[in-house]
Design a protein around this ligand. Structure first.
Ligand SMILES: [Ca+2]
Ligand SMILES: [Ca+2]
Length: 371
């Protein structure tokens, strides 16, 4: 009896979720179809097709003009990136990325599809990242700190991890409800596409092992971006780095000479690149950064010759107190040290003077889905 049970368990464990990942061809078919693609995100500047438009006094999170002060919300930026690829987009606005936000959005969309209030969309895309280290998965979700789990065999444990989420965090937790939503939408024939996560491949985005297709980011050289998660759940990559260039009238993010965000949206204070060239910025190690968050300084990054700019408006989330590291987003104003000791901001590597900021992330790679 034990022997049979062992085989039944083995069969369950060997079940992989790979087959549900969309292929490049399926993504192309989605992009070329006449069906809608819905982006679930937070919008403030743009009025979403469905859902909630964030209040005017809600703090923005994307800095477009490089002064360290955010100008628009995440969803405003992702939708803009998407539309620069000439693919129409519908949007569902949420208040936050917490439980009620995603769960409410996917629940509403599922309901509207079922009752035929909206036409079945070609895909739903969103940037849900719930990162767990292998150690945390083993201890908290598998209940066994010695579980022989690795980045390459994790899919063998997917079912157990999902069961662990239900058991440990509860079936109302955002992760478990996301899993149920993905399964329900799959039954309705609607794939869910997510950002792979910006964790430098050190952790796993648990949303990736739930049957959603994860999109990783490419850098400006067309290589997998350093920050992008790269693991067995990520089979599609898209450009994730967008340089802001200052033009008369606003900011251009795709270097076509056409303004994408008008000046009226921008905070327009001293640009970090100007501040750096006019001051002798204090260079701190990551461990020293926490106490200086209210001041302007540069953090020495892992790359010896690279420094990450932090302005006095930098938000505390840039410093991850648990791990003592600076999280990738939104601290991505990277300066490089020249042989003469000066620091330059030159992400385009063309020395152009109109570069003022760069926004990078796998969220923006989902914006580039139909690139
Ligand atoms: Ca700004
Ligand atoms: Ca443009």
């Amino acid at each position: 009896m034990k022997f049979y049970l062992f085989f039944i368990i083995l069969i369950c464990l060997s079940h992989t979720s790979h087959s549900k990942l969309l292929s490049s061809q399926e993504i192309a078919d989605i992009c070329h179809s006449d069906d809608d693609i819905y982006l679930v995100d937070i919008f403030k500047h743009r009025k979403p097709t469905l859902g909630y438009q964030q209040d005017k006094d809600h703090k923005n999170d994307i800095d477009l003009d490089g002064d360290g002060l955010p100008d628009v919300m995440h969803g405003d930026f992702v939708a803009k990136v998407f539309e620069l690829n000439q693919r129409p987009l519908k949007t569902y606005g949420i208040k936050n990325f917490g439980k009620s936000g995603i769960q409410g959005a996917l629940g509403d969309l599922r309901h509207y599809i079922r009752i035929k209030q909206i036409k079945k969309p070609a895909a739903i895309i969103l940037a849900l990242s719930q990162s767990y280290s292998l150690e945390k998965i083993a201890i908290e979700l598998l209940g066994n700190q010695n579980a022989p789990i690795t980045m390459s065999n994790i899919d063998n444990y997917a079912e157990q991890i999902i069961a662990g989420i239900k058991e440990t965090l509860g079936d109302h937790h955002s992760l478990y409800s996301f899993y149920r939503d993905v399964k329900d939408l799959e039954k309705l024939g609607v794939p869910v596409v997510i950002a792979a996560g910006n964790d430098y491949s050190t952790t796993i985005n648990l949303a990736s092992l739930m049957g959603a297709t994860s999109i990783g980011a490419l850098d400006l050289n067309g290589e997998v971006a350093a920050y992008s998660n790269e693991n067995l759940y990520v089979n599609i990559y898209r450009p994730g780095d967008y340089i802001s260039r200052e033009l008369p009238g606003g900011i251009d993010i795709n270097n076509d000479g056409i303004v994408d965000f008008e000046s009226s949206l921008l905070t327009g204070q001293t640009k970090l690149k100007d501040w750096v060239s006019n001051n002798q910025p204090q260079i701190l190690s990551i461990s020293e950064a926490q106490t200086k968050l209210k001041e302007s300084f540069l953090i020495e990054s892992n790359d010896f010759h690279q420094f990450t700019g932090v302005s006095d408006q930098a938000i505390l989330s840039q410093y991850d107190q648990t791990y003592g590291d600076v999280v990738h987003y939104p601290s991505n104003m990277s300066f490089f040290k020249q042989p003469d000791g000066t620091l330059v901001f030159n992400p385009a590597k063309d020395n152009s003077s109109d570069q003022v900021a760069i926004n990078s992330g796998t969220s923006f790679a989902i914006g580039s889905l139909c690139n």
